[in-house]
Design a protein around this ligand. Structure first.
Ligand code: PLP
Length: 375
């Protein structure tokens, strides 16, 4: 059996930057909890994306949770949430005892449909927040979404867990809303083995998030607590990996684009296949290359996934929409009309191997296996 080809696996720098920062932490015995790497990683990431402040946390999910807490999302509040996403976008709404309302996707970016969002505001005029995801690294229609949020005076949170490095009109995803979050989970474009970041231009709120994330310890000799705390801070070792990875982010962006372009070119003769959109005004980060099949294609997503799995090649369906998830069945879902776009994408999509360690030869094998299904 040939070597497994992955969807997206950790890819450390060939220069060994990550180990250098981790070694520094060892040498100074700043293993945990905080230290130079944490401060510097926050600063360097904020600089990269063009945000003022950042809080390094144990996961992207923790960052979403802290964004909602910082916005005082609580019991009785409604939060509008992208329907087509990973459940980690929505779970923190429940952690805060609030109520999600899921918003359908549109076809041009696969993300939150501004028209469905408008419709949601008609039904629920006073949500506490909106969280929009930039799925697979493709920026949402952020201008339109932001305009609607501003008009209703509702803060916007961007789940940019999958889209670090992607830009919309030259500006980084994550920096349009009141809060942005990134993930450094093992499968993301850069990884720290696990971790996340919350960014904002609000210095006071970011300081408050750092406080909550370190158990809400008041300044006192003894342990004094006036608020409920969380153990959500990133460790100094993990932040060292992040600093090293940040140095190769631009290289990874170029590699991910090359992978996408290679699929696009290699599969262009199969008229049943469409590659994920590259919307005008946007530079996706191409975290995963995703295709969809036309409804009447004789080859189905499962055929592609099975053919590749037989060759030890990993694939995945598109995220199953939140409104279809048993755990969220009691919550409302707003769409414009007809069959939900999110459902259609789930049923017709396949995430292709997009590992930056994959060689051109390996990727061409993947393409040939797919093309053979039409022979
Ligand atoms: C990965 C991911 C998250 C969660 O990030 P973690 O660091 O794994 O907690 C949130 N939202 C989306 C869309 C993701 O893909």
């Amino acid at each position: 059996m040939s070597k497994r080809i992955y969807l997206a696996s950790p890819h450390m720098s060939k220069e060994g930057y990550e180990q250098k920062y981790v070694k520094e932490a060892f040498d100074t015995n700043w293993i945990a909890p905080l230290g130079e790497n944490v401060n510097k990683f926050e600063e360097e990431l904020a600089n990269y994306v063009g945000a003022k402040y950042a809080a390094a946390l144990s996961a992207g999910t923790a960052a979403i949770h802290m964004a909602f807490k910082a916005l005082d999302v609580k019991k009785g509040d409604i939060v509008f949430c992208s329907d087509l996403t990973f459940s980690a976008t929505a779970n923190p709404i429940i952690y805060q005892n609030a109520t999600p309302v899921f918003i359908d996707s549109e076809k041009e970016t696969w993300n939150m449909d501004p028209k469905a969002l408008e419709k949601a505001f008609e039904k629920y005029p006073n949500p506490k927040a909106v969280i929009v995801v930039h799925l697979y690294g493709v920026p949402a229609k952020i201008d339109e979404i932001k305009e609607i949020c501003d008009k209703h005076n509702v803060p916007l949170v961007e789940d940019a867990a999958e889209s670090l490095g992607a830009t919309y009109k030259g500006k980084q995803t994550g920096t349009f809303g009141k809060y942005g979050i990134y993930s450094f989970n093992g499968n993301k474009i850069i990884t720290t083995s696990g971790g996340g970041m919350l960014i904002s231009d609000d210095e006071e709120r970011i300081a408050k998030v750092r406080f909550w994330s370190t158990q809400s310890r008041e300044k006192a000799r003894h342990y004094e607590h006036k608020e409920i705390g969380y153990n959500y801070r990133m460790s100094n070792i993990v932040a060292g990996i992040g600093r090293g990875q940040l140095k190769v982010l631009d290289e990874r962006l170029a590699q991910k684009k090359h992978i996408y372009d290679t699929y696009k070119e290699g599969l262009k003769d199969i008229s049943d296949i469409e590659m994920a959109p590259v919307p005008k005004d946007s530079k996706p980060n191409f975290w995963l290359s995703v295709l969809t099949l036309k409804e009447n294609s004789k080859v189905k997503p499962i055929d592609i996934m099975e053919a590749l799995e037989k060759e030890n090649i990993e694939t995945r369906p598109v995220w199953k929409p939140m409104h279809m998830q048993p755990v969220f069945k009691d919550y409302d879902f707003i769409k414009v009309e007809g069959e939900p776009v999110s459902t259609e994408l789930f049923e017709n999509g396949v995430c292709l191997p997009s590992d930056t360690k994959m060689s051109d030869v390996e990727q061409n094998r993947v393409i040939e296996i797919i093309k053979n299904l039409w022979k």
